[in-house]
Write a protein that binds this ligand. Structure first.
Ligand code: C5P
Length: 225
């Protein structure tokens, strides 16, 4: 492995969806496949990083045995795992599609279909990236994602600041080639100094390379700070 800035760096990556129990057999979730996060995990491991992948429920799994995978189900599980691994991490990459809400009181028995209307009350999940953004030490690097259904650069910039990220990767569902379960993606990387890099449509493997190249540049320019 070449001597890249990521060699032996500890990288924590959250990926995939979360599942929020309604009762013992049902849940609320989303369409995330975890593909983007797993691609980043592969590329980082190839560059010599020590990767911990905190992965929500998905059919996909990383191929490289050097990647340590922690399987989680709910947002709260992912939050606990992320808090544990963040302490030792040099880099945290938040690519998971964490459910914003969970059922307030999951039923302990399977819910019967004897009511015409059944209301489930939802409560907010912790924002993992935002919470760990507050714990972030000066030598740590954080990267986040924003998936928007509109143009989205305004809200991505807000997320970059609110979550104390070094840069954010914006995908918009306006692009037919981007987003959930696709093999391709098209993104805008937005930095704290308002610089932005727009990528063409490319595979998620290629986008993972671009994201890690930018991370290496950041590490390289701050290594001796
Ligand atoms: O606020 P929004 O969910 O759009 O932000 C997306 C970014 O925040 C992603 O990097 C995602 O992984 C992270 N996030 C998180 N915990 C949440 C919600 C989002 O880590 N509960």
């Amino acid at each position: 492995i070449p001597n890249t800035p990521l060699k032996n760096k500890k990288i924590m990556i959250t990926a995939g969806p979360t599942q929020e129990a309604i009762d013992p057999v049902r849940y609320i979730s989303n369409h995330s496949s975890g593909k983007m996060g797993i691609s980043i995990a592969h590329e980082a491991a190839k560059r010599g990083a020590q990767v911990t992948l905190i992965l929500g429920p998905t059919a996909l799994k990383p191929e490289l045995s050097s990647i340590r995978t922690v399987h989680v189900s709910s947002a709260q599980d992912m939050f606990e795992a992320a808090k544990t691994h963040h302490k030792q991490a040099d880099v945290a990459i938040f690519s998971a599609a964490v459910a914003d809400y969970r059922p307030e009181k999951p039923a302990t028995e399977k819910i019967k279909k004897d009511q015409q209307v059944y209301a489930v009350s939802l409560v907010k999940n912790p924002d993992i990236a935002q919470y760990l953004g507050k714990q972030k030490r000066t030598e740590q690097f954080h990267i986040g994602f924003a998936l928007e259904t509109d143009e989205g650069s305004e809200s991505a910039k807000n997320k970059l600041l609110n979550k104390n990220l070094d840069f954010i990767v914006l995908n918009t569902l306006l692009d037919p080639e981007a987003g959930f379960q696709k093999d391709t993606n098209k993104a805008t990387l937005i930095f704290r100094n308002d610089e932005a890099i727009k990528t063409p449509v490319m595979t998620k493997e290629k986008l993972a390379k671009i994201i890690l190249n930018q991370l290496e540049t950041l590490i390289g320019t701050t290594e001796n700070k």
